[in-house]
Write a protein that binds this ligand. Sequence first.
Ligand SMILES: [Zn+2]
Length: 73
Amino acid sequence: MSHGDGDHERFAHYVQKDKIMASALDGTPVVALCGKVWVPGRDPKKYPVCPMCKEIYDSMGPGGDKGKGDKDK
Ligand SMILES: [Zn+2]
């Protein structure tokens, strides 16, 4: 199955984790912080973090879950 993955597929976007879980279950698309809508499926660790998502994520500051000094995920 390869029908034209765009460049946007080369980034790992930030998405709420529960959304990803739901998507994994029923295949519904998720909405990333940057507004991108897609169906996750491949290993996001292979891709660099979407710069726009990162900026938004950083601007949200701490207060997320267990995000102190731990950068993975
Ligand atoms: Zn993004």
